[in-house]
Ligand binder design. Structure first.
Ligand SMILES: Cc1ncc(COP(=O)(O)O)c(C=O)c1O
Length: 403
């Protein structure tokens, strides 16, 4: 069956989930092996390259269970090829290093996941690679053009971005990158392939922390790199094989299961998030809600153009600043105080004291992270339960701080 022609949910369920060819098992058993016995030396030589599907030598090069989840995620991102990694950070660092050399320059958004920001700011300069970080959201897209140099090889964006939910126009970013002969990388973790397909908008490489929505249940770390066969072949054959950060077959199997329900989960994440955003927008303890689904959000129009819906992530500024934001964390009951996102259960974190504590107040404010800002990953519990929990927690903070 050609799964490419199926609608999204059918593709998520059937692509890469063929019955086991040897036993007929409906769900293929996990191929838990480090090495493979080969028929003869000729096949061993081919297998050693690790790039002929169906011929295997060693799991760090290729493995059937990992191949299967790669086919599934590639089908959802309309990508020619996909390469799994041990974590989202591993996907990001390996794919960047594969296309950068000493003397090259990179332009990146200035509001991106903290780990990616640290890698770009602190690690790649040690290898003689220069980086410029600028705001790329909304009209600031022209900052990318202004930052391009003759040696710029990659433009790197995240949209919606972490944690302020800023939206960058992917099509325009791709045009600017390509005019200068650079590649466009897009971290699509917040949107997921259900809501946004950056490759179809001109991106060259799409990245995911599959730890988040793609798996959805918070029990497996992982990353995915997607793009053309040529680009992925280069990242795999020249880098991943030797950097070694592959996904384990057991995690690949778990992830395959999670991805099957991505579309169904995202529908609930999105409708819950819209209800929660509207509730927060009207709460007297909330100064500002950052959710691309609200018309007041500066990226709303671009999000409407390039996303199918607005996702399950939002940030909001609690009245009362740092103390109030922190205190809210101790007052939620059902919602978990946890730093990840994209799980079926709702997760909350206070950006200034947690994920962005390493930045100064001035640095945080420059990128829109207020002292009282809280990031919420809206789960798929009933929206009324999420709202009830937030309401009692906000009212407790109001009372405790006499606001
Ligand atoms: C947008 C985004 N990209 C990448 C990562 C890194 O993923 P991982 O934790 O799987 O390494 C994260 C982690 O929170 C993230 O939020």
């Amino acid at each position: 069956m050609d799964t490419k022609k199926l609608l999204f949910n059918a593709r998520a369920i059937h692509a890469g989930s063929e019955p086991d060819p040897t036993t007929g098992a409906h769900v293929s058993p996990i191929c838990r092996t480090s090495t493979f016995v080969m028929e003869n030396v000729e096949k061993a030589i081919i297998a050693g390259y690790g790039d002929v599907e169906g011929i295997y030598a060693y799991t760090r090069y290729a493995n059937p269970t990992i191949d299967a989840v790669q086919r599934k995620i590639a089908a959802l991102e309309n990508a020619e090829a996909c390469l799994m990694a041990a974590s989202g950070m591993c996907a990001i660092t390996t794919s960047l290093l594969a296309n950068l050399n000493t003397g090259d320059h990179l332009v990146a958004g200035n509001t991106i996941y903290g780990g990616t920001f640290a890698f770009i700011k602190n690690i790649i300069p040690r290898f003689g690679i220069e980086a410029t970080t600028v705001s790329t959201t909304g009209d600031n897209i022209e900052n990318i053009r202004k930052s391009m140099k003759s040696n710029t090889k990659i433009v790197y964006i995240e949209t919606p971005c972490n944690p302020t939910l800023g939206i960058t126009d992917i099509k325009k970013a791709a045009e600017i990158a390509h005019e200068a002969g650079a590649l466009l990388y897009v971290d699509n973790t917040f949107a997921t392939p259900y809501l946004q397909n950056p490759l179809s908008l001109g991106a060259d490489i799409v990245l995911h922390s599959t730890t988040k929505y793609l798996n959805g249940h918070g029990d497996v770390l992982g990353g995915a790199i997607l793009g053309s066969k040529n680009l992925i072949h280069k990242i795999d054959g020249e880098f991943m094989k030797f950097m070694g950060g592959i996904m384990s077959p057991a995690d690949a199997s778990e992830l395959s299961k999670g991805v099957k329900t991505l579309g169904a989960r995202m529908e609930i994440h999105c409708s819950n998030a819209m209800k929660v955003a509207k509730f927060l927008d009207n709460h007297d303890m909330v100064e500002k809600v950052l959710y691309p689904g609200l018309e007041s959000h500066p990226g709303h129009e671009i999000a409407k153009k390039q996303m199918k819906n607005f996702g399950g992530m939002m940030s909001f500024n609690v009245r009362g600043g740092f103390e109030a934001g922190k205190m809210l964390m101790d007052n939620v009951k059902m919602i978990s105080l946890a730093t990840s996102l994209g799980n079926v259960d709702s997760l909350i974190q206070h950006s200034a004291s947690m994920s962005h504590a390493s930045m100064s107040k001035e640095e945080r404010e420059a990128v829109g992270i207020a002292d009282g800002q809280v990031r919420l990953s809206v789960g798929i519990e009933e929206a009324d339960e999420i709202i009830k929990d937030l309401d009692q927690a906000l009212n407790n903070v109001k009372k405790a701080l006499n606001l």
